[in-house]
Every structure is written in C-alpha cells, then in structure tokens.
Design a binder for this molecule. Sequence first.
Ligand code: ADP
Ligand code: MG
Length: 269
Amino acid sequence: MTVPPTPAPTDPPAPAAQMTAAADVAARVVGLRKTYGRGEAVVRALDDVTLELRSGEFTAVMGPSGSGKSTLMHMCAALDRPDEGEVWIGDTEIGRLGDKALTLLRREEIGFVFQSFNLVPTLTAEENVLLPLSIAGRRPDPEWFDAVVDTVGLRERLGHKPNELSGGQVQRVAVARALVSRPRIVFADEPTGNLDSRSGAEVLRLLRGAVDDHGQTVVMVTHDPVAAAYCDRVVFLADGRVVDELRAPDRDAVLEIMTRMTDAGEASA
Ligand SMILES: Nc1ncnc2c1ncn2[C@@H]1O[C@H](COP(=O)(O)OP(=O)(O)O)[C@@H](O)[C@H]1O
Ligand SMILES: [Mg+2]
C-alpha cells in the first residue's frame, strides 16, 4: 500500500504575488476619468478605468462607437491628460512630468498609429518612417530599420510619397513609423479600419510579429473580431468603463461578447 504524499504546506498567497511585477507592466492606468463639455452637454468619455498592460502582450480594445476607446489610447500615450487618475508608462507616473519630460517620454517609450494615419504628404515613405527619430535628433539603428522595412514589405516603396501608395501601404508606413524607435509600447487606433482584409491581415501580422519576435507591447483598438483574434487579450469598453475581458480570444468568443454587449446596450437604451 502506498502512503499518500504529505500535502505541501500551503501558505496563503501574499497579496504581492497576485500583482504583476512592476517590470512586467508596460503601462497601467488607475481610476482614469475624462469628461468633455459641461452642464447638459457633458460626456463622460472615461469613467473610472483601471487597466494593466503587460510587457510583451498584444491587447485589443473593443467597444461600441463613443465608448471611450480613442480617449483611452490618447491618455495612455500621453497625448492628452485625464481629469482624474494615474497613467503609468513603465515606472513613470506621467501626471507628475512637466511638458519637456513628457515629450521626451513620448518620443522614447511610445509609438502611436493614428486612426487617420497622420503621414506627412510631402515626405517619402522612408522620411515618414524616420520622422520621429529625426525630430528627436536620433539616428536609426540600421539593422532595426532594415528589419522593420522588410517586415512591413516597404523596401520597394521607400521613395514614394503617401499619395503614391495604396491604403494598405500608407498604413504600413504608419506602423513602421511607430515601431522604428523601438518604443516600449505601441498604441494603434483602428489600424486596419480602412483597409481591405488582405492589407488588414498584413498589418495585423506585423503587429503580432512586433510582439512575438521583438518583445514589444502593442495595444490596438478594433471593431473586427477577426483582428481581435490576433491578440493575447481583449478588453471591452462600454460607456467609458471596462465591462469585460477575454484572454486568448478567438473570433466566436469575441463575437459572443459583442452581441451580449449590444443586447445589454439596447436593453438599457
Ligand atoms: N474632443 C472632444 N470633445 C467633446 N467630446 C469628445 C471629444 N473627444 C471625444 N468625445 C466624446 O467622448 C466619447 C468617447 O469618444 P471616443 O474616445 O472617441 O470613443 P471611441 O473611440 O470609442 O469611438 C464620445 O461620446 C465622444 O463624442
Ligand atoms: Mg475612436
């Protein structure tokens, strides 16, 4: 007869063990609130949002139009300041930074892919990609620049201006521009929103590769459950609040939550 093994002593988990170690957190927001307008016209764009974005993860932010997704991206990327709450990039709480330090942090640590691309029309693809570094007075790491350009498949198009590029190519320039300074974290606001599915898939593979091959951290707003399925995690916003979350999402699980949210929205409307 075998003696049952003595159970290992089980210590109650220390509270700290339940928190992600600071080094693993690329960005964090705590109790974020942001309103626009006043009086009758006041809009609560973010209403007490707390969220941790782990290093080396690809996160999707989803939610109905007007739920606060872009506002959240802008706050996280230090493009705008919240009314209340904290935004941490790595170990830095950006509310305490002055404008100069904030500009520096944005330049060094954060990449942003805008919903509207924001390329400079008079510059070539190459110049647009290198623009953040030029502004910072930094030279690109040639190997990394080559890696980014090849990954986005823009080698043949580097000399072209935005109006000489397809929508997919323009968006890939915008992604390359966000990646080229090797930021700690990249925010992308509907980067595939205006693309056909093939170009969209290229951009998604590119973002996925930035995470898998280069350990970057990417946060992407999307309306597309297929795009969300490229991510490690999906965070759902409604009316400026985090209402749900999914890990290792697949298209059907995302769709199910989207449907549930739409039903709930209609029921409360
Ligand atoms: N600059 C602004 N001025 C006034 N209202 C704004 C402004 N930006 C966003 N809003 C409002 O805040 C809410 C959230 O907007 P946004 O973050 O853009 O949502 P989403 O990206 O999810 O569509 C919306 O009701 C929007 O109309
Ligand atoms: Mg938006």
